[in-house]
Design a protein around this ligand. Sequence first.
Ligand SMILES: Cc1cc2nc3c(=O)[nH]c(=O)nc-3n(C[C@H](O)[C@H](O)[C@H](O)COP(=O)(O)OP(=O)(O)OC[C@H]3O[C@@H](n4cnc5c(N)ncnc54)[C@H](O)[C@@H]3O)c2cc1C
Length: 447
Amino acid sequence: MKLSGWGRYPQIEITPLKPAHTPAVQSMIAAQANSSLGLSGLVARGLGRSYGDSALANTLITTQYLDHFLAFDEETGILHCASGVSFAEILKVFVPKGWFLPVTPGTQFVTVGGAIASDVHGKNHHLDGSFSAHLINLKLMVASGEILECSATQHRELFLATCGGMGLTGIILEASFQMLAIESAYIQETTWKTHNLAETLVLFDEFQKTTYSVAWIDCLSTGKQLGRSLLMLGEHAKKEDLAEGLGEGLQTAKTGKLSIPIDMPNAVLNSHSVKAFNSLYYNKIRQKQTQRQVHYAPFFYPLDSLQNWNRLYGKNGFIQYQFVLPKSSGLEGLTKILSKIAESKRGSFLAVLKAFGKGNDNYLSFPVEGYTLALDFKIDSTLFAFLNELDSIVLDYSGRLYLTKDARMSEATFKQSYPLWEQFQKVRAQYGAEKRFNSLQSQRLGL
Ligand SMILES: Cc1cc2nc3c(=O)[nH]c(=O)nc-3n(C[C@H](O)[C@H](O)[C@H](O)COP(=O)(O)OP(=O)(O)OC[C@H]3O[C@@H](n4cnc5c(N)ncnc54)[C@H](O)[C@@H]3O)c2cc1C
């Protein structure tokens, strides 16, 4: 079967292995070691929501069978589950009990294993860090087939390499993490409309104590309006503040039934359609500031209501280009990059800006204190050359690209921007992972 990441590039012909229990995973890893193709790579695959080639390899082990909850402590809110459990399933079971995920990406269709391997961040990174900050421990099957418990204090180096390590240290089997107590399933949302990027960044600073913040940027606006945005802020709504008619207020979302049935023809998505969409979206609110109470699903997962939305970009697929720039160079670097994008007339419906708090000690986790911008670009014959130019600007400003979105960065760009890659490799070598766990991405990046 043809398989790809969410960006649908690259695609490979492969049938993933679907073990039914843990001893089967052990045998699969052992078989890989004995095969003459031993160096060709094996990694785990969750729900395939990484965009590029990190969950692609010659041997893929799906974590579908690891779909069970193991324990939950109602006093402390610590959840212990198998790594193939999805965030959607966790929300379905735990929101009605008054618990939410401590950190969540912009889709609920990710597994716990995938969230750890990418060390995902959410709209609260500036206060709460990334997913690994809430992990108590995890169980990892390493190259020998042995299962090791890792945490910030136990096999610490393996823990630091595994969180954010893109599946390259072994197969995560289980994890325990801290959930967040909530009084309702609703978010008190405030939206600010800004005139330009400088104003957006000032507001990010002003509202740095607000739990959730994210800005949608009109990436085709230019001149004095460059970077004009809608900045969305959110707090979990308290029970006493809920609007009437919401009952107990802890109901989960229904999954969207709308779906894109075919690949969109290339002509549908162009600078004119994106410009028209951006203008409509930016002007959907007239006032400087609006407020509403909104269910967590449209607040955190607006794209989940449209299944297969990745087909909108046509059959060649798309690249999600996500980079982070340190805070000190944020305004200048973002201005340069947004100007270049507007000049190129390459539109992106999605242009999402977030503020990051301090980074952590993990060797390959993406966040550093500053600003991260994510943009979707349809693939055409000139896109990669254009993205190489953006890479140079990102490097000039001491930034880097997010591995879970990457499908094309060069080895040199990666090694320059992830200075702890050699320490990461040392730990992999120590546990025999270098010769066993490899993806198309790790091979491209020289890992
Ligand atoms: C619409 C959308 C919005 C998103 N928003 C955000 C966001 O806001 N913030 C953010 O950080 N990310 C975001 N992402 C990216 C997503 O959170 C990550 O790519 C996540 O890792 C996907 O999880 P998955 O289960 O689909 O993993 P996969 O895509 O299947 O795999 C991703 C990586 O994890 C490894 N892996 C998976 N399971 C295991 C395991 N059990 N053991 C070891 N390694 C494993 C794979 O080998 C691979 O390297 C978004 C993605 C989409 C599609």
